[in-house]
Design a protein around this ligand. Structure first.
Ligand code: SAM
Length: 427
């Protein structure tokens, strides 16, 4: 077998090893279709694949043997779910074992051969989709998501490709854009693509800069902000990159300061806004240290978070988070609190604070706002109304927050899970 056949698999094995180790990084996208499909399926079906493999592994592998486990997972993905000739899948994994775990070549060969003997792509039975969500995450979510809804989230994990939303900068000619992009209209200025849409920069109108990619739920925080302030309002976007929410505020004529602490992400924001012919005042620094020259009409905190609401697009997140020994909210919770405290000082009386996270975790959403309100007597919850948003009206909670889940509008392809609160500074 040539090294060219092994390479995409080797890269996929390394990615799965990193995920099992709980490392934080976005999987590399090397543009190779086979690699993308292999890695995508192996992550989305990781629970099922491990379940099948476990039947053949007599002695559990140790944590420092995750590379061997990853090699088996990548081999099994091809055998169970892809139309790769089974001998080719086994041989490739054996070649990879020779490179990184020579003492386990026979072991890898034996396990995968048993799998090819017992399974064919045609006779794989569907298991409970919840198996593809790590147990630690299920235990957390079970406290406030019922079993039926958990099942629906798990089913969304298996949708490939996840729906892609295109936010148009204006509402003009939406029908023409829809036709050219081959999508469906959802919401006021959004087109949803569901079929294999390929590379983003090859999509119709990319170079024209009339749209950007932004999930329909991720559009809500800026829409709510826009419904809360006057035209030309002065607003601070405290956590701005890659810039989707800043772009919404700018295209609607607001005076925006965008803050981003991560230099690479700030550069990405600049590049994105340049394509869209938009300009913001970009401040590259920790937003907690920013001293505005005047108080803002509104501040948006789209806070750094666990991102568990984005599982449809980033299914790897759940496994990375659950592999962390000391939990995954320890550094995020204090960071979110400090951003909220800093924002409180940047807003003028009667001004508005929008707080959002693409997380399903209550600690990052409802709990943060309840804690903030208890400590800042000059802020109150300003309930969000159905009329403030153009989609997903069922997401408005009794308290006037927004809570979307990945299975909302599942017949249309779901959406990101978001928590959004609007607060008013009373004095
Ligand atoms: C959820 S993302 C924001 C997404 C963005 N609002 C959008 O719509 O494209 C959170 C961002 O906050 C940035 N960030 C984290 N800590 C920060 C801080 N202390 N000050 C400013 N930005 C911060 C992260 O680098 C990340 O780019």
């Amino acid at each position: 077998m040539s090294i060219d056949n092994v390479n995409p698999r080797l890269q996929a094995v390394k990615e799965i090893e990193s995920l099992l180790n709980g490392n934080d990084h976005e999987p590399i996208n090397n543009g190779d279709a086979f690699y993308k499909s292999l890695l995508g399926i192996s992550i989305r079906r990781l629970g099922e694949i491990q379940f099948h493999l476990q039947k053949y592994i007599k002695k559990p592998l140790k944590e420092n043997q995750n590379i061997i486990k990853a090699n088996l997972i990548i081999g099994a993905t091809q055998i169970l779910y892809m139309r790769v000739p089974q001998y080719a899948a086994v041989n490739a994994s054996v070649e990879l074992a020779k490179i990184h775990s020579p003492h386990h070549v026979k072991f890898v060969n034996a396990i995968l051969r048993q799998l090819t003997r017992d399974f064919k792509v045609e006779n794989i039975q569907n298991l409970d989709p919840l198996i593809n969500i790590p147990k630690k995450i299920i235990t957390r979510w079970k406290k406030y998501i019922n079993n039926n809804d958990l099942q629906k989230i798990a089913k969304q994990l298996l949708v490939i490709p996840p729906a892609l939303d295109i936010a148009l900068s204006g509402q003009e000619n939406i029908d023409v854009w829809c036709k050219n992009l081959k999508g469906d209209i959802i919401g006021k200025n959004n087109i949803r693509l569901k079929d294999n849409y390929g590379k983003i920069d090859n999509l119709f109108g990319y170079d024209q800069g009339a749209w950007w990619i932004q999930d329909i739920a991720a559009q809500l925080p800026s829409k709510i902000l826009l419904s809360s302030v006057k035209p030309n309002a002065y607003v601070i976007d405290m956590c701005a990159a890659p810039g989707g929410k800043t772009a919404q505020l700018l295209t609607n004529g607001l005076d925006v300061v965008s803050i981003e602490s991560n230099l690479n992400r700030a550069q990405l924001l600049k590049k994105n806004l340049k394509r869209l012919n938009l300009k913001t005042e970009l401040i590259i620094q920790d937003a907690n240290k920013y001293k505005p020259q005047k108080l803002a009409d509104a501040v948006l905190i789209d806070a750094p978070c666990s991102s568990t609401g984005t599982v449809r697009k980033n299914p790897d997140i759940l496994w990375r988070l659950s592999a962390k020994k000391n939990g995954f909210l320890n550094t995020l919770i204090p960071l979110q609190k400090s951003l909220l405290d800093s924002a409180a000082m940047m807003i003028k009386p009667k001004g508005v604070l929008i707080y959002s996270v693409c997380s399903l975790e209550k600690e990052e959403g409802e709990d943060q706002i309840i804690d903030f309100i208890s400590k800042h007597s000059n802020f109150k919850i300003s309930p969000i109304n159905k009329s403030d948003i153009d989609v997903t009206h069922e997401s408005v909670t009794e308290e006037g927050f927004i809570r979307t889940f990945p299975y909302f509008s599942e017949e249309l392809g779901g959406m990101d899970g978001f928590f959004i609160a609007r607060l008013e500074k009373t004095h």
